[in-house]
Design a binder for this molecule. Structure first.
Ligand code: GLY
Length: 567
């Protein structure tokens, strides 16, 4: 689909970019940043602004995606990447939906028991830290697939502003300073040379990413081959092998992103389009929404005992199914239609009681005849033509494997940890996996990424997504509920305190702020184990809502440095 209406001739004068909380109001609601026709919301202001500048030039949401995603690699090395992968869900202005899987793959030399010692025990850290943790990156191939199918501006015009940003440098924020201080010691543990992020960068410093700029130039000039072949591929493979990894040039050469059929389902009068396997996000959220549908949750109150109870029980059951059934659809058969059907899900809820928590030890996956998955980043874009994209991209953990290809200027992921190293053994998100998500050469590891687009009355309503490992699924779901059931504005819905249950461990995690002790005691009295003391923030949602008057409201999560920009 090329642009369906002519390029807007008027070039808007300003890219607005405001703090997350503003005094905009409509229908007595305090709103976040509001724009008339186009918006990008991402983890860094620099990336949102580069995306918006592409939209202002007449580029569409897909053009802006290429620029925004690459800009996040420069401005947000914590999770933005060319050394990782992701998923994108789109809705074009004529109502067509689709999804792109640019998830990493296991190297060809990977094997089922590669993270186990001679006693069959998981070797701590091997799937999370260093060269053996790396999956074959998918981001660059994914972006070229998007551009080939939907792009309207030349690729050089999309990449050049990002090259300029890398050369000019990015200012360190307080949150970035803190993150670097926390993870710096891993960089020297894993790499055999000093890397640019080893320096003690402070808030207000400017980091220039000159080697990354050169890699981006090779990608600009040679397309996907600028990453998967030639100089960049050589740098990557030589370095990873030098420090003990198994990635080969053939792995890079073979990598291909794939167009997938997204998961689509209804919730009351919403139509929700979300990511299909190898992400679990769409199926899990479909199951949770279908479990909630018979209830009038809006009458229970936002984050009330009743609504937390109902949602936690729906989450518990969905995550139990996730662990058993889900994996790479190119390798395992997944009974998707049954899993997301109202009849199956509501049967799974038959033993739910308002009086008492169901124990996760008493719950397993459902039985389906014939059948024997945190540091990521999300951005949402709506263009002035009415196209929407929702994209979540990741290195997996903070700074991925911590392996930094210094010559090329980029981090590599530790996505291999999203496989199940051993049945029943939790990964870094505490997620338990089974055979469906075991390691095989060339297979994609199960994800929780949930880029999602919501329609109401057949019209675009919301683009939404989040980082946060397993908590992505529940953060996205609660954000949609906050708007639809509890009548929140977009920014308010993003800022609201969140909670999470993932079957195992059998606890409801509450964000540290926002849940009072009376509510916690009531949940405990019903048998819920509560984790509040040791909990962290849950998700970091970046979303856009189409307001009744057609304007766009951004929800840029205050939990990060996230920003909405638009015009
Ligand atoms: N690496 C986090 C996820 O894909 O779920």
């Amino acid at each position: 689909m090329k642009k369906l209406i002519p390029i807007i001739t008027l070039i808007f004068l300003f890219v607005q970019c405001k703090e997350n909380s503003t005094k905009n109001t409509q229908n007595n609601k305090i709103l976040g940043f509001v724009a008339d026709s186009a918006m990008v919301v991402s983890a860094r202001e620099e990336a949102s602004k580069i995306g918006v500048a592409i939209l202002q030039k007449g580029g569409n949401a897909f053009d802006a995606m290429v620029a925004t995603e690459l800009a996040l690699c420069v401005a947000y090395p914590f999770a933005g990447n060319i050394g990782g992968g992701g998923f994108m869900v789109y809705r074009t202005n004529d109502g067509k939906t689709g999804a792109l899987d640019y998830r990493e793959k296991a190297p060809l030399a990977a094997s089922k028991n590669m993270y186990l010692d001679e006693n069959g025990d998981v070797i701590k850290g091997k799937s999370t830290l260093g060269s053996m943790a790396i999956g074959i990156p998918g981001t660059v191939d994914g972006l070229f697939k998007v551009h080939e199918k939907f792009g309207t501006l030349p690729i050089s015009e999309l990449i050049q502003p990002v090259i300029d940003l890398a050369n000019k440098g990015v200012i360190v924020t307080k949150k970035q300073e803190d993150r670097l201080a926390k993870y710096r010691h891993f960089f020297s543990e894993v790499n055999d040379t000093q890397i640019i992020l080893d320096a003690e960068w402070k808030e207000g410093d400017t980091i220039k990413y000159l080697n990354l700029a050169k890699t981006l130039e090779r990608i600009r000039d040679n397309g996907r081959d600028g990453f998967y072949k030639g100089k960049t591929a050589e740098m990557l493979v030589n370095y990873v092998q030098k420090i003990g990894g198994i990635i080969t040039k053939k792995d890079l050469d073979n990598y291909e992103a794939k167009w997938r059929t997204p998961i689509e389902f209804t919730y009351k009068d919403l139509k929700i389009t979300s990511m299909s396997p190898p992400s679990s996000g769409g199926i899990c959220d479909a199951q949770i929404f279908k479990a909630l549908e018979p209830y009038d949750i809006s009458t229970y109150g936002h984050n009330s005992v009743k609504s937390i109870q109902l949602i936690a029980e729906a989450e518990r059951r969905a995550f139990a199914d996730r662990s058993f059934y889900l994996g790479d659809p190119d390798f395992v058969q997944i009974p998707i239609d049954t899993l997301i059907s109202a009849s199956y899900v509501q049967k799974r809820m038959e033993d739910f009681s308002w009086d008492k928590a169901t124990l996760s030890s008493s719950i397993s996956h459902g039985n389906i005849a014939g059948y024997e998955s945190d540091e990521t980043t999300h951005y949402s874009i709506i263009d002035s033509y009415g196209n929407a994209i929702s994209a979540t991209t990741t290195l997996n953990g903070a700074y991925g494997s911590k392996v930094y290809v210094s010559e090329g200027g980029f981090m590599l992921n530790n996505e291999m940890d999203d496989f199940s190293s051993k049945p029943g053994e939790p990964n870094m998100f505490g997620l338990i996996g089974a055979e469906a998500n075991s390691i095989e050469p060339g297979k994609r590891m199960l994800s929780s990424m949930t880029p999602t687009i919501v329609e109401k009355n057949n019209k675009l309503f919301m683009a939404v997504g989040s980082p946060g490992g397993s908590t992505i699924i529940t953060s996205v779901m609660q954000t949609i509920l906050n708007v639809y059931e509890f009548n929140f504005g977009m920014q308010e819905a993003v800022d609201a305190p969140r909670f999470h249950h993932q079957w195992l461990p059998d606890v409801v995690t509450l964000e540290p702020k926002g849940f009072d002790s009376i509510l916690v005691e009531k949940l405990k009295a019903k048998g819920y184990k509560i984790n509040q003391e040791n909990s962290r923030i849950l998700g970091k949602v970046d979303a856009i809502l189409v307001l009744p008057n057609g304007q766009l409201e951004g929800g840029a999560d205050y939990r990060g440095d996230d920003k909405a920009a638009g015009f």
